[in-house]
Every structure is written in C-alpha cells, then in structure tokens.
Design a protein around this ligand. Structure first.
Ligand SMILES: Nc1ncnc2c1ncn2[C@@H]1O[C@H](COP(=O)(O)OP(=O)(O)OP(=O)(O)O)[C@@H](O)[C@H]1O
Ligand SMILES: [Mg+2]
Length: 303
C-alpha cells in the first residue's frame, strides 16, 4: 500500500487532450498515474440501455477523485464497471478499458478485483443486518490471511471506535451513520489500495456526514486511493484533488476539484450557489460571451 501523494493539481488541464494526446502513449515509471486507476473510452450497457458512454477518468495512486452527478447519471454504474460487479446487475462493458496498477480490470471477476486491491462500498450502506458488527467485519476479510486481517481489523476499529463498542450487537440496530461506518470498515478489512465509495453521506445528518468525510480523509492519508461518488458536491469537492461531472452517462466537465468548485456551472448546478458577482455595475447586462469568459478554464468535451 502506498502512502504516496498524488501528483500536483496545479494548472488547468484539458482532460480530453490529456487522454487523447500523444503523452499517454508513453507509460512507465515517469508516468504520474502509474499504479492508479485508468478508465478509457468506457461504454456500459444494461441490455439495450446505454448507461455510460466515452468515459475517461483517472485516479492517480494515493489520490482522491470525485464523481458528481444527478440521479441516474451513471455514477453507480461507473463503480460497478471498476469493481467487476456489473454482471450481477445484467450490465456489461461494451467498449473501452479499465486498468489498475497497469493491468486490465475489465473482464476480471469481482472476487479477483478485490484481490487486486480494489474494493467497493455499495450505495445504501448495505450491511448484513442480522449479523453482528464483528461478523460483518469478518465477512469483509474472507480470503485475507489471518495476520493481515488482524491488522486490518485494528485499523478499522481505530478509525471507528464505535464499531468496537458495538462488536456484538446486530448490525441492523446501528444508526444510519454507524451502518455507513461498518460498510466502509468491512471494505477496509480486505486491505484495499483503492476504495470505491458510492454516496457514503446520502441521507445522513450534516454532523455525521462531516465525520464520514473526515474518515475518508484519514483513510486516504493512510495510503488508500479513493474514488468517491457523491451528490453532496460541496463535500466531495473539498475532499478530492480531481473531480468529474457525469451527465446522462457522459463526463461533461473535469479538472482539479478546486477549479470545478469555483466554476459557475458547478456552483449553480451542484452547489446551489448563484454565479459569483463580477465587478460590472449592478443591473448592467454582461452581454453575450461574458459567461464563457468568466467561466473558468475547465476541461469540457463531447465525446
Ligand atoms: N440493473 C440495471 N438494469 C437496467 N438499467 C439500469 C440498471 N442499473 C442502472 N440502470 C440505468 O442506468 C442508468 C445509470 O444508473 P446509475 O444507477 O448508475 O445512476 P446513478 O448516477 O448512480 O444514480 P443515483 O444517484 O440515483 O444512484 C440509469 O438510467 C438507470 O436507470
Ligand atoms: Mg447510484
């Protein structure tokens, strides 16, 4: 597991150029993304329904990347494509590639994806409600050698002391926030180097959501990369280095999280904030083109 920080996030980038340009043809030790997750030209279908199209996305080793998007945008589908669980939902990758640590993940069965160090925490904080907290954690460590499982358990209980206090309680009796902690803890039992988090703060009170966010930060500081899917854009953008906006199955915006957070479009559509005021006199029409000028250097493409 690496404690290495991701590459710098300075400067605007044209994501399309980054992916399609010649520089990606030169992988190797100098490649800052080596060891990370690389998704290229991903298309996913559920039978006749195309849920993702032309998706390019990268999570450099040690980084947190966020995916924002409305209901049905394809966020969960994206995580399923990485974790190899699409087939359980009658979905399939129909084009493109998913690679982790330089080797392909697409086509790899879900259990083998976990062994490669990529673990998904599904949406809806699914825990085994009738099993105890301790049993839930043990279930996350199935197939993990004893010594590593013990170390993982220690790490989990340090992150979430409440899970130690409730070890023998049935998981279904935990609060929503505690169940989310258990769901994350169970995923950590496998010792992932990349954690896929699907809306971990959904439905939680603000204080609990903030605690989960802190934990994600801690998990990342301990060396685990994170791909975070969220509708809570403010939280996700505060945590992530890079962010992607998914709309109806396509990435329509991407860039350093701070730049997305400052963009008019993201502020208006995902942060619920009006566009920032400029120095034009009140009541004057900014005129055509003004918005485009004011609006950032964000990458944008239509694949
Ligand atoms: N098992 C499935 N079979 C058919 N279509 C599906 C299936 N799962 C998802 N879809 C469709 O794929 C598209 C993307 O769904 P997905 O669940 O990935 O979106 P999402 O961004 O995670 O949404 P939400 O915010 O509601 O969780 C939607 O149009 C959805 O109806
Ligand atoms: Mg979803």
């Amino acid at each position: 597991m690496s404690g290495e920080a991701g590459p710098g996030t300075g400067g605007p980038e044209i994501e399309g150029a980054e992916i399609e340009g010649p520089q990606i043809a030169a992988p190797g030790a100098a490649d800052p993304k080596a060891g990370g997750l690389e998704i290229r030209g991903l298309e996913v279908r559920y039978g006749p329904v195309r849920a993702l199209r032309g998706v390019h996305l990268a999570v450099p080793r040690g980084a947190v990347a966020a995916v924002l998007g409305a209901n049905g945008a394809g966020k969960t589908t994206l995580l399923r494509a990485v974790s190899g669980t699409l087939r359980f939902h009658r979905g399939a990758i129909t084009s493109g590639t998913v690679a982790f640590g330089g080797s392909r993940l697409d086509g790899v069965p879900a259990a083998a994806v976990v062994r490669r160090g990529v673990v998904q925490v599904p949406e809806g904080r699914r825990v085994f409600a009738r099993m105890t907290v301790a049993e839930n954690l043990r279930a996350g460590a199935l197939g993990v050698p004893g010594r590593r499982a013990a170390a993982a358990r220690e790490r989990v209980l340090e992150l979430f002391p409440v899970l130690a206090e409730r070890a023998h309680q049935r998981a279904g009796l935990l609060s929503g926030g505690e169940q989310q902690m258990l769901a994350i803890g169970r995923a950590l039992m496998a010792g992932p180097s990349l954690l896929l988090l699907d809306e971990p703060t959904l439905g939680l009170a603000p204080l609990m959501a903030a605690r989960i966010a802190d934990t994600v930060r801690q998990i990342n500081a301990q060396g685990t990369s994170v791909l975070l899917v969220e509708q809570n854009a403010a939280m996700a953008l505060a945590l992530a280095e890079r962010a992607y906006v998914l709309e109806v199955g396509e990435v329509t915006l991407s860039g350093p999280a701070a730049e997305l957070a400052a963009s008019d479009e993201v502020r208006r559509r995902y942060l619920g904030i009006g566009a920032p005021e400029t120095d034009r006199p009140v009541g004057t029409d900014p005129g055509p083109g003004h918005e485009r000028h004011e609006r950032t250097r964000l990458a944008r493409w239509t694949a």
